[in-house]
Design a binder for this molecule. Structure first.
Ligand SMILES: [Zn+2]
Length: 130
């Protein structure tokens, strides 16, 4: 979910929590794929027929591809959430994560990679990239 949509729908703290949960779900998937890889390599030596060995090789390939994709996704989601969280301090009053989307007016219109926000405590405005 894009940052502006997530903040608008859930607020920053919930958006951040959801991003972390989503990223760690991908880490769990990576862990399951590693277990699948170990099991498939263990079974590879026990299968005698060619069809069983081919099926096991397909399982190894699937576990490796899905595991690498899940690991990449885990790191991307985690890095995005952390990079955004490091910009969540209000530059004026240092309140963490207490902001809402700034109104889209004139030059502060929401851009693709930058989100204009407004502090809920002191009304200071700044942009968050990501
Ligand atoms: Zn503030």
């Amino acid at each position: 979910m894009k940052l502006a949509d997530g903040i608008r729908k859930h607020g920053f703290r919930k958006w951040y929590e959801r991003e972390l949960l989503n990223s760690h779900a991908h880490l769990v998937l990576t862990f399951f794929c590693v277990i699948g890889l170990f099991a498939a390599f263990e079974a590879l030596g026990r299968f005698r027929s060619m069809s069983d060995q081919l099926t096991d090789l397909v399982a190894i390939l699937l576990c490796a591809v899905i595991g690498l994709w899940a690991l990449r996704r885990y790191l991307a989601l985690l890095m995005h959430a952390e990079a955004t969280a490091h910009q969540a301090d209000c530059p004026s009053c240092k309140a963490y994560g207490r902001f809402k989307l700034a109104n889209d007016t004139g030059a502060e219109r929401q851009q693709e990679d930058r989100t204009a926000v407004c502090c809920s405590k002191c009304q200071h405005r700044w942009t968050i990239s990501g």
